[in-house]
Write a protein that binds this ligand. Structure first.
Ligand code: SAH
Length: 414
C-alpha cells in the first residue's frame, strides 16, 4: 500500500535550494537541507521551503497589526538519500500518491519517446535517469537484452526495483535483463555490495545494430562489451563526410571506425585497451570489413605519427572524460589542445576532423576554443560542419545542465 501523501516525511530546504528547483533543476544538495528528521534511506518525501518571514512578510490581518506566519511552501515530492551529496532528487512538483504507479508511467513515457525519436537501431538508452525524470535509473537496450543500472538508494528499494523490472518486461519483452553494478556508486550511496548479474531470463550475449552496422554484445563475463550509444547519431554524421584514409583515435570497440569503413578506403583504429581492440576486430569481421587496429597510447602515437609527417583525410578524437571535476579543467583543456593540434597537423587539406569531449565540465565553447587555438597555432582554416551533442535517446532537459555532457564537432580543415 502506498502511504498517504500527507503521511510522508517532510524535508525542509533553504531558499537557495528552492530557487534551483524553481529554475527547473531536480537536485538539492546536502548543504541546502535545513531539516530532515528520521528520514529513511531512499524515502519518498515532501519537500518544503524554509519559511522566511523576513524575506516576504505576509499582509497584516484586516484591521490589525498582526502578520500571520507564512505557511511553508511545498515544492513537490522527492527521493531522499542519506549518503549522497545530492540529498534530494525531485520526482514531481506535486504531491505523489502511488509512487510505483508514477514510475511505471515514466517508463512508459520514456519508451514512447524512443519509439517516436530513435531511428535505425535496436540499441539505445531506454531510460536516461534525470533526462527521463527517473533519477537514479539507467536502462540500455541491446536488441533483446536490457542492461539496467541502479544509482540511488530509492531506486534500489525492492518495491521500486520490482515495479521497474515488471514494466520493462511488459513493454519491451526482452529475452533477458542484466543488472550492471557500479561498485563505486553503491559504496557512495552506502548500499550493500552486489555483483553484476542476470535479474531476468538467461541470455547474456546477442548482436545489435546501429545505423545498419553490426556489433556483438556480451553482458557478463571477461569479454564484456557494450557501446557508447550516446555517439550513435554522430557515427552517422561522421560517416557522411569522411573519405580517403581515416584514423579513429580512442576507438574502443570500433564505433566510429566501423562506420567510417563504409565510406573510407582505409581505416585505422587506435586504443590503449587490447581487450577493446579484440572485440573491435570481431565486430569488423562481423561486418566483413578490414580495419587496422593499433594498441597504443594515443598521445604517444599522435606525437610519433605527426612528427613522421603522416597524413589522413579524416581523424576522429573521442577521448575518455579528462575533466572528472571542475578542478581538472585546466589540465583537461591542455590534453584536448594537444590531441587537436596533432590531428590538425596530420589532416590533408579538405580533411575532416571529428573531435569530441564527454566531460561535462568542458563546455561546447571550451571545445570550440581549443580547436580554434590549435588551428591558429598551425595556420589552418577550420570550418564547422556540425556542432553536435549526444544522441536523442540521452535527452537534455533545460534547467538540468548535467543532462548535457557530450560534445562532437565535425569540421573541414583547409
Ligand atoms: N570512440 C569510442 C569510445 C571511446 S571511449 C566509441 O565510439 O565506441 C574512450 C576510449 O579511450 C576507451 O576505449 C579507452 O580504452 C581509451 N583510452 C583511454 N586512455 C587512452 C590513451 N591514453 N590512449 C589510447 N586510448 C585510451
Amino acid at each position: 500500500m502506498a502511504a498517504k501523501p500527507d503521511a510522508r516525511p517532510v524535508v525542509i530546504i533553504s531558499r537557495r535550494g528552492a530557487d534551483r528547483i524553481r529554475a527547473g533543476h531536480v537536485w538539492v544538495y546536502r548543504s541546502d537541507i535545513v531539516e530532515a528528521k528520521d528520514v529513511q534511506p531512499g524515502a519518498l518525501v515532501t519537500v518544503q521551503e524554509l519559511s522566511d518571514k523576513n524575506v516576504r512578510p505576509t499582509r497584516p490581518l484586516p484591521g490589525t497589526n498582526v502578520r500571520p506566519a507564512r505557511p511553508p511552501r511545498t515544492l513537490g515530492t522527492a527521493f531522499y538519500s542519506t549518503a549522497s551529496q545530492i540529498a534530494l532528487r525531485m520526482i514531481s512538483l506535486h504531491p505523489v500518491g502511488d509512487v510505483d504507479q508514477l514510475l511505471r508511467e515514466r517508463i512508459r513515457d520514456a519508451i514512447a519517446y524512443r519509439e517516436r525519436f530513435v531511428e535505425n537501431t535496436n540499441a539505445y538508452r531506454v531510460v536516461f535517469s534525470e533526462g527521463d525524470l527517473l533519477p537514479g535509473l539507467i536502462v540500455d537496450r541491446y536488441n533483446d537484452i536490457l542492461s539496467m543500472q541502479v544509482l540511488t538508494q530509492a531506486m534500489d528499494l525492492d518495491h521500486i526495483r520490482s515495479g521497474v523490472v515488471s514494466e520493462l518486461k511488459e513493454k519491451l519483452q526482452p529475452a533477458a535483463i542484466v543488472e550492471k553494478v557500479d561498485v563505486r556508486v553503491r559504496q557512495l550511496e552506502q548500499l550493500p555490495y552486489k555483483e553484476s548479474g542476470l535479474i531476468f531470463g538467461q541470455k547474456t550475449s546477442t548482436e545489435f545494430q546501429m545505423n545498419g552496422v553490426r556489433f556483438l554484445y556480451e553482458a557478463l563475463g571477461g569479454q564484456k562489451t557494450g557501446a557508447f550509444l550516446d555517439q550513435r547519431e554522430n557515427y552517422a554524421a561522421a560517416e557522411k563526410y569522411a573519405r580517403g584514409e581515416a584514423l579513429d583515435v580512442f576507438c574502443y570497440q570500433g564505433g566510429f571506425g566501423l562506420h567510417l569503413a563504409r565510406t573510407c578506403e582505409k581505416v585505422t583504429g587506435v586504443d590503449s585497451s587490447l581487450p577493446a581492440l579484440e572485440i573491435a576486430e570481431k565486430n569488423a569481421q562481423l561486418n566483413g570489413r578490414e580495419i587496422e587496429w593499433i594498441e597504443a597510447n594515443a598521445f604517444d602515437l599522435l606525437r610519433d605519427y605527426s612528427d613522421q609527417g603522416k597524413k589522413y583525410d579524416c581523424i576522429v578524437l573521442d577521448p575518455p572524460a579528462f575533466a572528472k571535476s571542475k578542478r581538472d579543467l585546466a589540465t583537461a583543456l591542455r590534453g584536448y589542445k594537444e590531441l587537436n593540434l596533432r590531428a590538425l597537423k596530420m589532416l590533408r587539406p579538405g580533411g575532416i576532423l571529428v573531435t569530441c569531449s564527454c566531460s561535462y565540465h568542458v563546455s561546447a565553447s571550451d571545445l570550440l576554443e581549443v580547436v580554434a587555438s590549435a588551428a591558429q597555432d598551425l595556420h589552418r582554416i577550420v570550418r564547422i560542419l556540425e556542432n553536435r551533442g549526444q544522441s536523442k535517446d540521452h535527452p537534455t532537459v533545460l534547467g538540468i545542465p548535467e543532462t548535457a555532457y557530450l560534445k562532437c564537432l565535425l569540421a573541414i580543415v583547409s
